[in-house]
Every structure is written in structure tokens, then in C-alpha cells.
Write a protein that binds this ligand. Structure first.
Ligand code: AGP
Length: 612
């Protein structure tokens, strides 16, 4: 997720662009850049690695760049490490086209090859440079207009984008193109604005246009003209933004955590999309060929917190599908206990930030022992990403809330891909089931959206838990792994003491804590363990527990045992965590809200624990 801005009018563009980017840094902040031009003058581009302040300093707060038309970008790297070279804006070989982009172009490699065959050169590792040069290619090929060139490019591009583009031969004009990524356009007092979201332009205008998917916008002389994919002009209604700036940063949600819960479908789609090829997966891009997957004897997953909980899910899924032994270790333990690793054991480090001290130390420990290492990381260019032998980037975008949600979900998809591809490479599953699993992964975002459509019952339930002192989350198999994450979410943001327990383990001591009114949340998605978990639930119920069930549609007889049930859509049971975790995230969120706590910044916690 990145932030883009654009401006054309009578005032100097650079300061306005920098001001807009400063409101979008929450969308990405590893590098930034602006392109400005005046009249028929050359397009001048300035870029800087690091936070926006570096760019402001380099351009003397924009004063060093003359021009009344420009575009700008603050980056969250997805393709190509954070660097000045990879920072946007990107330029076509002859300077004819310059552009900035938020989104992911899935077929950029194929388009890059096409352009290389047509004499183009590339200076960066980004998908954006490919898009800019593709537009230039069509502009020259059809000798048409910018709208024509952009149209042709949009037809060829597969993925998501919000782009702002300038053409050398069209001074004073900015063009916009959008598919699946947010972008708004504004026009007021003879000036035009473009931005990823309202925060960047509220200062200048509250009257905006929401450009639609596969639409183009032309910003010129204080007016915006819209076109469809056929190049025909279309009418657009102007709307008034009523949000304040802070609300706009959260896209209208009250907290980043709720925004990020709702971004989970997109995070899953983008992460899966990075290794999906038709109805199959290809992990060669993340360093795991089918040959390599066959060679691995064991897997050791090392992580902390929620990332560790993903590892626990992965253990069940990989062992069941790929029949490869998997163990999961807490990084803070692994790094000090002189772990025994087999010669062909793959060490997998899972980390959203890629900077967690314990996980980084564990990675270094594994490497010092000669192990092959594979990282699943959300931050491009982070320490763990750079030091691991191979890295699978989750495409969740910046996660601002301390309590992880979309990164957790993106990590789940990454480990499912590892499990499914490994199972196929080792001939542990039939091709038909392989295709079925891959297809089911593509359906998860839609099923999560279905859960998010109706959160009323969860809000009702949560409002009654504000004074609960203890909570227990129980499950068996993958449901136990889901319970771990549900319990951590509850602890992290509502400060209620909570424990996750393997349901079969309760009777070995902990059930002594269950008394009248104790909250017990039971996760029941694994059909093979259904009878067992129900008997554990009855044990709790008979001791007075407030018993809530979280299960899949169709398991209606669970209502005979529980006081309250939340249902989630069915999916392949290996992927149940991706759906069952969502109500648990929401439950913790609403309980925290009912207690008036700081959901996004809970006490005592940091987003990334970069110290021991
Ligand atoms: C989860 O909500 C917490 N923010 C925390 O447990 C987190 O998962 C853990 O600190 C690991 O962080 P990482 O993924 O950045 O390594």
C-alpha cells in the first residue's frame, strides 16, 4: 500500500504535493518522490529513500522545484527493496511519460519481457516502472492520446493500481487510472487534486469525485474529465466529504485495527496473487522450486506472538498435507537452547515487521548452524527479509494497529501455499485435490467479506463481556491454534486475562478454574474432532461456564450445548483459521471498545519488539 498525490493549477505544485504526502505516510514510508513541471518545461524528478522528511529536505520543502503541475508518491515496497532507485515517480526511457502507482501488477514480469523485446530498458526492480513504460509503448504504438495509451495498458495489466501519470506533450495535465485501489480526485477554484484518500486533499477541497474501477481521469484547468475503458467520456457526480482528517486516514473506520480487519480480504488476494499462476501455485519466485520442496526433510518454524500462532496452524496443515515433520518454536527460546537441526531441515521465520529481535536472532542462530532459511515477512527490505536465504513477502501493506490482523491472515495464506505446493511436489495429494485447495484459497477473501457483513451479534456479545475477569479459548487441532490467536487478541487490547487451551488438556488441571460464569469460547471447525470437543464443552458447561461456540454453518446442533454461537462459512478445514479468526478479532475489538480502551495502541505494547 502506498500513497499517491497529484496537483495541477496556478500555485507551485511541490509544496502542495509534499503536504499531501505527509498526510499519506501511514500508507507507506520507506521512500518518496515527486515529479514537477512548469509549462512546456522538462519534468523534474526528485526522490529520496527513507521518510518523507528526507525528500522535503532534498527539495527545500518543495521550494527548489518550480512548476504548477506535478505528482508524488510515498512508498511501501512490494517489488524491489526500498531505495532511491526504486522510489517513484518512474520515467519512460525518453522522459515522455512519468508516473506513480499504488497497487500490485501481478503480470509485471511478462510485461517487462515484452517491453525489453521492444527496446525498452529498466533501471529499477519495480512493477511500476513496467506500467509507466507500457503506457509509453502504447502511446507511441498507436500515436494516440494519453487516454488511448492508458486504456491499452489497462487492458493488458493484471492486478491492482491507482496511478497518476503526466505526459511530456501535455503540460499542465495529470491523468489518473484506477483498478481496485483507492483514489479520489478533487477540483476547486481552478485547481485539480488527486490522492489515495481524502486526508491528502481535505485542506484544499471537500468536493471530490470517486473514480471508479477501470476508469481514467484527466485533470486540467480546474476541471476533471472521466473516461471509461472504451475511451468514451462518462459523467461523474461530485460528492462532499464529511469526514475529518483523522477519520479519513482510517478510511472512515474508528480505529486502524477495524480498518485492517476489513483489509484482510485484499491482503489475502494480494499475497496469494503473488504466487498464483492460473489454477496453480509457483513458489520459484520465493526461492522454493518443487525440487527444493522435495529435498526438505523437516521444517522448523520460529516466530513470536501472533506469527508463532501462524506457525502452530502451519504445523497441522503442512504435516497433514505434505507429510513432512514440522515443529514450531518460540524465537525467544530457540535462540538460546542450541537447537538441533537436521541437515535438510528448513527453518522458517515468520515476522510481520521483519525486525523482531528474538526472531532475527533465531534466524542468525539457524544460519550459523548451516540451516537453509526461509522468511515470511511483511516489510520489504527488513532485516529478517534481507538476511534469510529466501523470503515470501506478504502483501498486507503497512499494519498500523499494534494488534496484528491482516498481516496474520496474509501469513496464513503464505503457509498454506507452502503446505499445498509441498504436498503436490512430494506427490502427497492428487492433482484434483491440489487444484481444489488452490481454488478454495482464492475464495477465502469472499468468505471473510461475508463474515464482515454482519457483526451485529458479535457487538451484542462483546458489550456483555466488558467486566469479565477471565476468559478461556479452547479447541482441538487447528482449532487450538485458532484459540491461541483469539486469546492473544483478547488479552492484547481488552486487558482481560485469557488463556488458550488444547481442549483435551483442560482436565489435566486447568478445569479447576472453571466456575460459575467463567467465559469459555470453544472453536469447533474440525469435523473429525467434533465429538471430542463437544464433550470438553459439556465438562465446562457442567461447571457453570458461560459457553460460546464458534463453528461453521451447518453445525446447528451445537446450540444444544452452548449459550451463544457464532457461525462462519465452510471452507476446506485446513484453512479454517482464516475464517474463524475474524470473529475472534472482532470480539476482542468490541470488548476493548466497550471498555473505552485504546484499541490501536494498547498499554505496554509496541508494534515491533526490536529489543529482547
Ligand atoms: C500480535 O497482535 C502482536 N502485535 C505481537 O504478538 C506480534 O505478533 C509479535 O510481536 C511478532 O511480531 P512480528 O510478526 O513483527 O515479528
Amino acid at each position: 500500500m502506498c500513497g499517491i498525490v497529484g496537483y495541477t493549477g496556478q500555485r507551485q505544485a511541490a509544496p502542495i504535493l509534499l503536504d499531501g504526502l505527509s498526510k499519506l505516510e501511514y500508507r507507506g514510508y520507506d521512500s518518496a518522490g515527486i515529479a514537477v513541471r512548469d509549462g512546456n518545461g522538462e519534468i523534474e524528478i526528485v526522490k529520496a529513500k527513507g521518510r518523507l522528511a528526507a525528500l522535503s529536505e532534498k527539495t527545500d520543502c518543495g521550494r527548489a522545484l518550480a512548476g504548477t503541475c506535478g505528482i508524488g508518491h510515498t512508498r511501501w515496497a512490494t517489488h524491489g527493496e526500498p531505495s532511491e532507485n526504486n522510489a517513484h515517480p518512474h520515467l519512460s526511457d525518453d522522459g515522455n511519460v512519468v508516473g506513480v502507482h499504488n497497487g500490485i501488477i501481478e503480470n509485471y514480469q511478462e510485461l517487462r519481457e515484452k517491453l525489453l523485446h521492444n527496446g525498452y530498458h529498466f533501471y529499477s526492480d519495480t512493477d511500476t516502472e513496467v506500467a509507466v513504460k507500457l503506457i509509453d509503448y502504447y502511446y507511441k504504438k498507436y500515436l494516440g492520446t494519453p487516454v488511448d495509451a492508458i486504456n491499452h495498458a489497462m487492458v493488458r495489466i493484471r492486478g491492482s493500481y491507482a496511478m497518476a501519470i503526466m505526459f511530456k506533450e501535455y503540460p499542465g495535465e495529470v491523468f489518473a487510472a484506477r483498478k481496485d485501489c483507492p483514489m479520489i480526485l478533487g477540483a476547486a477554484d481552478g485547481e485539480c487534486y488527486l490522492a489515495s484518500d481524502a486526508t491528502a486533499i481535505l485542506k484544499y477541497t471537500r468536493s471530490v469525485y470517486y473514480i471508479g474501477d477501470l476508469e481514467i481521469g484527466r485533470l486540467k484547468d480546474g476541471a476533471v474529465t472521466f473516461y471509461n475503458l472504451d475511451g468514451d467520456e462518462i459523467e461523474k457526480e461530485k460528492v462532499e466529504i464529511l469526514w475529518d482528517e483523522e477519520a479519513a486516514e482510517k478510511a472512515g473506520y474508528e480505529h486502524f485495527m477495524m480498518k485492517e480487519i476489513h483489509e484482510q480480504p485484499r491482503a489475502i488476494t494480494d499475497t496469494l496473487g503473488s504466487v498464483l499462476e492460473g489454477d496453480s501455485l509457483n513458489l520459484e519466485g520465493v526461492g522454493l522450486t518443487d525440487e527444493a520442496l522435495k529435498e526438505i526433510s523437516d521444517i522448523c518454524i520460529v516466530a513470536c506472538g501472533s506469527a508463532y500462532h501462524v506457525g502452530v496452524v502451519a504445523q497441522y496443515v503442512i504435516e497433514d498435507l505434505a507429510k513432512v515433520p514440522v515443529r514450531v518454536e518460540l524465537a525467544s527460546e530457540f535462540r538460546y537452547r542450541k537447537p538441533l537441526l537436521k541437515e535438510k531441515e528448513l527453518v522458517v521465520i515468520i515476522s510481520q515487521s521483519g525486525e523482531t529481535a528474538d526472531s532475527l536472532a533465531a534466524l542468525r542462530e539457524a544460519k550459523s548452524m548451516g540451516a537453509k532459511t526461509f522468511a515470511i515477512v511483511n516489510v520489504v527490505g527488513s532485516s529478517i527479509a534481507r538476511e534469510a536465504d529466501h523470503v515470501f513477502y506478504t502483501m498486507a501493506g503497512p499494519e498500523i494497529a499494534v494488534a496484528t490482523t491482516k498481516a496474520y491472515s496474509a501469513q496464513l495464506i503464505a503457509v498454506y501455499c507452502l503446505a499445498v505446493q509441498m504436498a503436490k511436489a512430494r506427490a502427497q495429494i492428487m492433482d484434483a485435490y491440489y487444484k481444489e485447495l488452490v481454488k478454495e484459497m482464492t475464495l477465502l477473501p469472499g468468505k471473510i467479506n461475508k463474515i464482515l457483513e454482519d457483526t451485529g451479534r458479535l457487538q451484542w456479545l462483546a458489550a456483555r463481556q466488558a467486566n469479565v475477569k477471565d476468559a478461556f479459548f479452547i479447541g482441538r487441532g487447528i482449532d487450538y491454534a485458532i484459540s491461541l490467536e483469539g486469546s492473544l487478541k483478547m488479552k492484547e487490547i481488552s486487558y482481560i486475562h485469557s488463556e488458550a487451551y488444547a481442549a483435551g488438556e483442560l482436565k489435566h488441571g486447568t478445569i479447576s478454574l472453571i466456575e460459575n460464569g467463567t467465559l469459555v469460547i470453544s472453536v469447533i471447525t474440525q469435523s473429525g474432532l467434533y465429538e471430542k470437543i463437544v464433550s470438553n464443552m459439556v465438562e465446562c458447561k457442567s461447571r457453570g461456564a458461560q459457553l460460546f461456540g464458534l463453528t461453521t454453518y451447518g453445525n446447528y446442533n451445537i446450540e444444544d450445548t452452548t449459550d451463544f454461537v457464532i457461525y462462519v462459512p465452510k471452507t476446506d478445514e485446513h484453512f479454517a483459521a482464516s475464517l474463524a479468526v475474524v470473529p475472534l478479532q472482532l470480539l476482542a475489538y468490541y470488548v476493548s471498545l466497550s471498555k473505552g480502551l485504546d484499541v490501536d495502541k494498547p498499554r505496554n505494547l509496541a508494534k515491533s519488539v526490536t529489543v529482547e
